[in-house]
Design a binder for this molecule. Structure first.
Ligand SMILES: NC(=O)CC[C@H](N)C(=O)O
Length: 208
């Protein structure tokens, strides 16, 4: 059985991601050692916090090259929330900051004055919302179109190539809620906080 390696760069909901994989019967390890990450079968980049801080922590932790090498080696990679956003070229969160540029595109803030169902929509987008399948990524096998998952974010990704969009979600605007390109999958939502649907997504990833 493949082993799941979860990167610990000092900013992430590591415990819940680790426990979710373990609850599914997979062997998962959390590592702050880039040499361990470089040996991973399945690599997971979770993340909660600011884009700039995430990139700084990844750089200081020596994780940037191992992540890029893992993606190049076509081994399964899963980014979660901020771990999706940093895959992109740049973010406008608290200024303009360069990302890993693995997926060309930008990270932008929700508009301030969004309306939905006749109500003002608050930012951050926090809570349960539906994902609509644009393409069925391997992680979304047996996941229903329109399934509910859990979000906490103020920014969203805008891929240059719309062909990488795997799911979209409506929150005032219709935004990209997950991407899939070859072995790289990443979700704006938190599978580890999305109950059965989220566990199915993590199980699909681990079984790749
Ligand atoms: N929960 C998070 O850390 C979200 C990532 C990013 N800071 C955003 O607001 O979109």
């Amino acid at each position: 059985m493949s082993r799941i390696t979860i990167i610990d760069y000092g900013m992430g909901n590591l415990r819940s991601v680790h426990n979710a994989f373990e609850s599914l019967g997979f062997s998962a390890r959390v590592t702050d050692d880039p040499r361990v990450a470089a040996q991973a079968d399945h690599l997971v980049l979770p993340g909660v916090g600011a884009f700039k801080d995430c990139m700084e922590h990844l750089r200081e932790g020596g994780f940037i090259e191992p992540i890029k090498a893992h993606v190049e080696a076509a081994r399964p990679f899963l980014g979660i929330c901020l771990g999706l956003q940093v895959l992109f070229s740049e973010s406008e969160e608290f200024g303009r900051h360069q990302g890993l540029d693995i997926i060309p595109g930008r990270v932008v803030r929700f508009p301030a004055d969004m309306q939905g169902g006749g109500e003002d929509l608050k930012v951050p987008h926090m809570g349960w919302n539906r994902i609509t399948l644009a393409r069925r990524a391997p992680i979304c096998r047996e996941v229903e179109d329109g399934a509910f998952v859990y979000f906490v974010h103020s920014y969203y990704v805008v891929p240059e190539d719309p062909g990488v969009v795997a799911t979209t979600t409506d929150y005032g605007i219709n935004f990209c809620s997950s991407i899939w390109r070859d072995n790289v999958m990443a979700t704006q939502f938190h599978p580890e906080k999305s109950q059965q649907v989220g566990l199915r997504i993590l199980q699909n990833f681990a079984n790749m």
